[in-house]
Design a binder for this molecule. Structure first.
Ligand SMILES: Cc1cc2nc3c(=O)[nH]c(=O)nc-3n(C[C@H](O)[C@H](O)[C@H](O)COP(=O)(O)OP(=O)(O)OC[C@H]3O[C@@H](n4cnc5c(N)ncnc54)[C@H](O)[C@@H]3O)c2cc1C
Length: 306
């Protein structure tokens, strides 16, 4: 029986593990991988104390910091599938085993939302991409579509500007949702074409790479083809909260609802931090900070029950 199981390997899980280690809690950390979502970032410039660090370097530091904690055992790569309530705590079932713990911190973050349209899965990595920071340079001299007119979509357009020839930005609604300042920047570019009221329908390839994105013009009702060699899907993310779906309160987005003072969930003995929660600002520093609250709250909870 562990005192604490931490699920995750990003900034939230790292912070929770470091604080659990300092409190000498008998801890198990289960992580599919280390580093979290910004591992793909070429340059993270707002990790406090670091003016500039690559996502990969940051991931290495996270893993090293976790491994330095004597009381923290690590199972990675391993994936938590289900967390259930038991008499004296919780059972965490993974793809390999089941572990028992008195308390749990969920720091499983989020993953990119997919369009779920024909051709998307088949052409992933062959023109269909989810990370403009990582993949924009691969589209030099090519025509590219970005699906999603929120901040992520606008920033993808900015990332593509130095490389792509023509950039089509498709937004489902009648207006762009991202920051006005970024909108101004991309509207000033002649090679950026904003298509509103556009619903992506399917992606076709030539057997190898993306050739055409078809979308419905929601005003005319007509299906239109766009000749592109790349499709960046930038329609938000989905919290990795499936494993606690029946255990804690989730909001309509599937995010774990937490008390922002303590990071407690609706279930006594379970805390959550970072992008898996209803915290509105999804950032590395905030994820780590909320995880510190979670670890210290869990420590107090465990101490009171000894
Ligand atoms: C491209 C990109 C660039 C970004 N750049 C910045 C930036 O410059 N600055 C900034 O502050 N923020 C940035 N962000 C946001 C930031 O990355 C997130 O807010 C942060 O990573 C959230 O941390 P987290 O620990 O909550 O979750 P995540 O980073 O999502 O980490 C979740 C971890 O849990 C693991 N996991 C998931 N499911 C399971 C499971 N079932 N079992 C076991 N382990 C599991 C994953 O492998 C991963 O290690 C960026 C995000 C993206 C997508």
């Amino acid at each position: 029986m562990y005192d604490l199981v931490i699920v995750g390997g990003g900034p939230a899980a790292t912070a929770a593990a470091v604080y659990a280690g300092r409190k000498k809690l008998k801890t198990l950390l289960i992580a599919e991988s280390f580093g979290g979502q910004s591992i793909v970032s070429a340059d993270v410039q707002n990790w406090i104390g670091d003016m500039s660090v690559s996502g990969v370097e940051l991931a290495g530091r996270f893993e090293k910091h976790i491994r330095a904690q004597e009381s923290v055992e690590i199972k990675s790569p391993e994936s938590a599938r289900q967390i259930s309530k038991k008499e004296n705590g919780f059972s965490v079932t993974t793809d390999k085993e089941a572990y028992q713990a008195r308390a749990v911190i969920l720091a499983s973050g989020a993953r990119r939302r997919r369009l779920n349209i024909p051709g998307e899965a088949e052409l992933e990595g062959k023109g269909v991409a989810y990370c403009s920071t990582c993949d924009a340079p691969l589209f030099g001299g090519k025509n590219v579509a970005v699906v999603g007119g929120g901040n992520a979509g606008l920033e993808a357009v900015v990332d593509l500007l130095p490389y792509a020839t023509e950039i089509y930005l498709l937004e489902f609604s009648g207006s762009l949702k991202g920051d006005a300042i970024t909108q101004e920047k991309i509207r000033a570019k002649k090679n950026v074409h904003i298509i509103l009221n556009a619903k992506a329908e399917r992606i076709e390839g030539d057997g190898m790479f993306v050739k055409t994105l078809f979308y419905t013009d929601l005003i005319s009702g007509k299906e239109e083809p766009l000749g592109v060699e790349g499709v960046f899907v930038e329609i938000g993310s989905v919290p990795n909260s499936e494993m606690v779906r029946d255990l804690v309160e989730l909001n309509k987005h599937g995010e774990v609802v937490i008390d922002h003072k303590t990071a407690a969930t609706s279930r006594e003995g379970i805390w959550a931090a970072g992008d898996v929660t209803d915290e509105p600002f999804k950032q590395n520093n905030i994820s780590a900070g909320d995880a510190v609250k979670a670890a210290l709250s869990a420590y107090q909870y465990l101490l009171a029950r000894e």
